[in-house]
Design a binder for this molecule. Structure first.
Ligand code: C2O
Ligand code: CU
Ligand code: CU
Length: 463
């Protein structure tokens, strides 16, 4: 593992086409000839973790650690990650929430061939938006994410943000038993309901850890839900805390007053004023303690002031008057009979009457759920016709959340909207990034049992 920062020496070179998939989807191989400003070498490999004291868990990790190696770049800069797969199965890396070219999106068969064991792939892209993001495979996801292939990706603002220090808290509830052995990552009976939950809650890989914050000073706390299934109902009773950004994008700072529901894939950036030295608060999921926040000696250069709002990211503003509306219905099908047809995974969920087939073996010849014209504005109506909530995630573009029939929305930008039971919501976007983009529920076993599709922008689909 190495981390170096270098100066840019040149521009990006062309990308070589290496093959055409059955449905016209292109497979690309990147051949970067740029020395990126933020240059990483990242390895995915098996390694034992001690999650349950005295026991080993056979994890899969990025950079020999959990959470995966922290990748950081500065907004607007080139980021290069030279990735090597030392697993015994194929994989890819998807950069969740980053607006990037389709060739770098890490979706097997659609944006690149899977990275086979022993092989490498160079990811190279610019990072237009500051904020908290993360990375994970997009192949055999319930197992690969479940075993630990998840890591933070932090994009720093171009100018100092006003925060003097920060902490990253990665939430994951592991599918392990009392001996640290893995239990099933997906059970059909659970996949058909809220998704298969793990049993051991952790923050940064530790069960109910102590999180130290300098007393009286304000710390930027980036909370990342990198779990497969769990929506945490975050609360921090007795704290002085404000929300500064949601899912990577800044909001007008406001108090974290009650519970904040953070679904799989979602992020929340808080400013927290540390409690007095020796005092403790409880960071909770509903009434369950996830971690203990403890006030410690103030840091040099720390500040007690709330920083100003973070600067906005350069996301295009949708033109709501001219926007075309597209409806998406998320439905439960409920028949597990596909097993009898010899399918490896049951088909349980549908978007607009279509279930993504074959688990995650991406059928690139399946038509997209919608075809968007490049540069045009769209409103998506998201309708949940099921009794379970779904964090609905879109690759490649950021949408503006406009309204819901269930809660008051202060419009904000996001890549994942937590759609509650029977909720209808409206989000809008400018279709400004050409490609075939995945659109799916981020409860991993919902996505693997049908709740996924694609959205084509521009001429990405010619079927
Ligand atoms: Cu975290 Cu397809 O996404
Ligand atoms: Cu994503
Ligand atoms: Cu779901």
């Amino acid at each position: 593992m190495s981390f170096t920062r270098r100066q840019v020496l040149g521009g990006i070179a062309g990308l070589a086409v290496v093959g055409l998939g059955a449905g016209g989807a292109r497979l690309w191989l990147a051949r970067p000839q740029v020395t990126a400003e933020h240059d990483y070498e990242l390895i995915a490999a098996p390694m034992d973790l001690e999650l349950v004291p005295g026991h080993k868990t056979p994890a899969l990790l990025y950079g020999n650690r959990f959470p995966g190696f922290e990748i950081r770049a500065r907004q607007g800069d080139w980021l290069r990650v030279r990735f090597t797969n030392k697993l015994d199965q194929p994989t890819t890396i998807h950069w969740h929430g980053i607006r990037l070219p389709i060739e770098m999106d890490g979706v097997p068969y659609i944006s690149q061939p899977p990275v086979q064991p022993g092989q490498s792939f160079v990811y190279l892209f610019k990072t237009p938006d500051a904020g908290s993001y993360w990375y994970h495979p997009h192949l055999m996801s319930s197992e690969q994410l479940g075993r630990g292939l998840v890591g933070p990706l932090i994009i720093d603002e171009r100018e100092p943000s006003g925060f003097s220090h920060e902490k990253i808290l990665c939430l994951k509830t592991w599918h392990v038993d009392e001996q640290g052995a893995f239990t099933a990552f997906s059970v059909p009976r659970e996949a058909a309901r809220e998704g298969t939950r793990g049993s051991l809650s952790t923050i940064n890989g530790e069960h109910v850890p102590v999180i130290e914050l300098p007393a009286g000073q304000v710390t930027r706390v980036r909370i990342l839900n990198i779990d497969n299934t769990v929506t945490y109902r975050l609360n921090l009773p007795g704290s002085e805390a404000k929300i500064y950004a949601i899912d990577g994008h800044p909001v007008e700072p406001r108090d974290l007053d009650e519970q904040y529901w953070i679904g799989p894939g979602m992020r929340l950036e808080l400013a927290i004023r540390g409690p007095a030295e020796g005092q403790e608060l409880s960071l909770r999921d509903g009434v369950v303690r996830l971690g203990t926040v403890r006030g410690v000696a103030p840091l040099q250069g720390g500040s007690a002031e709330w920083p100003p709002a973070l600067p906005h990211n350069p996301v295009s503003e949708p033109d709501l008057d001219k926007a075309e509306t597209i409806d998406f219905k998320f439905e439960w099908v409920g028949a597990m009979t596909d097993y009898s047809k010899g399918q490896a995974t049951p088909s349980l969920w549908q978007i607009n009457g279509v279930a993504w087939q074959g688990g995650e073996e991406h059928k690139h010849n399946a038509p997209p759920l919608a075809k968007l014209e490049l540069g045009k504005s769209y409103i998506f109506t998201l309708r949940n016709l099921t009794q379970y909530q779904h964090p609905i995630h879109l690759h490649g573009m950021t949408f503006k959340v406009l309204a819901s029939n269930r809660r008051k929305i202060i419009p904000y930008y996001s890549d994942t909207y937590l759609l509650g039971k029977n909720e209808s919501a409206k989000v809008a976007l400018v279709a400004d990034n050409p490609g075939l983009w995945m659109f799916h529920c981020h409860v991993i076993d919902h996505m693997e049992t049908g709740l996924m599709g694609t959205i084509a922008v521009g001429d990405a689909w010619c079927g």
